[in-house]
Design a protein around this ligand. Sequence first.
Ligand SMILES: *[C@@H]1O[C@H](CO)[C@@H](O)[C@H](O)[C@H]1NC(C)=O
Ligand SMILES: *[C@@H]1O[C@H](CO)[C@@H](O)[C@H](O)[C@H]1NC(C)=O
Ligand SMILES: *[C@@H]1O[C@H](CO)[C@@H](O)[C@H](O)[C@H]1NC(C)=O
Ligand SMILES: *[C@@H]1O[C@H](CO)[C@@H](O)[C@H](O)[C@H]1NC(C)=O
Length: 457
Amino acid sequence: MLSTFSTTLSDTKMLSSVLALVAILPAFVAAQGAVWSQCGGQGWTGATTCVAGATCTVSSQYYSQCLPNSSGGTTTTVVTTTTGPTTTASAPTGSQTPAAGNPFTGHNIYLTPFYAAEVAAAAANITDATTKAKALSVANIPTFTWFDTVAKVPSLGTYLAAASAQGKSSGTPSLVQIIVYDLPDRDCAASASNGEFSIANNGQANYFNYIDQLVAQIKQFPDVRVVAIIEPDSLANLVTNLSVAKCANAQTTYLACVTYAIQQLNTLGNVYSYLDAGHAGWLGWPANLSPAAQLFASLYKNAGSPSFVRGLATNVANYNALSAASPDPITQGNSNYDEIHYIDALGPALTSAGFPAHFIVDQGRSGVQNIRQAWGDWCNVKGAGFGIRPTTNTGFTAIDAIVWAKPGGECDGTSNSSAARFDFHCALADADQPAPEAGTWFQEFFTTLVTKANPPL
Ligand SMILES: *[C@@H]1O[C@H](CO)[C@@H](O)[C@H](O)[C@H]1NC(C)=O
Ligand SMILES: *[C@@H]1O[C@H](CO)[C@@H](O)[C@H](O)[C@H]1NC(C)=O
Ligand SMILES: *[C@@H]1O[C@H](CO)[C@@H](O)[C@H](O)[C@H]1NC(C)=O
Ligand SMILES: *[C@@H]1O[C@H](CO)[C@@H](O)[C@H](O)[C@H]1NC(C)=O
């Protein structure tokens, strides 16, 4: 029983809109979805048309979104925006040298308006004044934006343009945090596949096109630094789940796709990448450490040791402590019972295998410990609180930054056992229920994250 973490990430991707909240209010409110709001998908009962200037665009069978006309909105859109800087002293040429040291330093992290709007709507639905004020403060804490479908890529251009403008007006350059998450046959060890691409149906070419579109957006804004987490779950699945036929079948494609992603992003000169490395309760088991180090290091070296691949990201969307006061009983048998023990064990193994990796660690929902019944429980863990704030003052030289990779409040998965995407983890005794569809806003869960935040908000 290590981790069945896989499905949580597929569930993270659907950044459902705050307007979905509004849409369950009186019907007349929901006549047309605002820009970025959900406008369709399996089980969706809200508005299916969008306000003027936006078009309802299918992302997957589960999710359609109102995308602004100006930013494209089909999977084949060629980037045509002209908002990028026309004169820049330091336009990347493809043979850049990374800035020395920690890529997070010297930059202001951009706050995505999407999450800020979700949080604002959530706070508006909290009556207790103290809790409401705390909830509102969450809008000022940076999270990562998940680009889990190609249809969402144009919104990256919108964010980068805003981040570029902020950087120019403030005098401190901006940093935008993204998660690259659209592999074909994604979540190969999960019971249900949720990705939009399949290997059997041109998945690798579709993925390369997805990466090309990300690259085209970022290329317009060389003054904005981007930090990317690459493909949560995928490489960890290749370490521990090759006995699953779908993972064995996906192995070559995953490696080709991740290699393409890091190589293409590396040409830009402003994108620092961290490969997802699961968490302590997955690859941190002593038997998995060496195979994990070998896989990451060989992928890195085979890709040409890309200089902007800064290292690995751990605990993405999970609940582990960075440094536990004492081992949670559920970690029994694993000396690497928290993320720092895991990193301290994996880091030297990577270095000796030829990959001198630095780390970032998700602590967004890790504020409260000892609340799970099993280490593999990942779905809407009951009693979770927001954790350590994003910071570069991590206390550990191996760790560049504490980050919030999973936007807290977006649901991990539904507890409705009749729903198409039901996963049993979301109905376990330690899962907060009733939980709505994955990716949609989970108000009660968010409120608990706020009230149990540690350190307090
Ligand atoms: C994937 O590997 C993890 C870690 O060994 C394990 O706990 C999990 O059951 C595996 N998943 C499947 C579907 O075999
Ligand atoms: C946006 O696209 C929709 C659908 O194609 C169209 O009806 C609408 O007129 C467009 N709006 C603008 C402002 O271009
Ligand atoms: C559970 O899902 C089924 C199938 O989608 C749906 O018909 C039912 O209304 C859902 N129940 C609840 C309580 O949401
Ligand atoms: C507000 O929160 C309550 C309690 O969680 C919930 O029942 C209600 O549906 C929420 N309303 C909106 C508009 O989100």
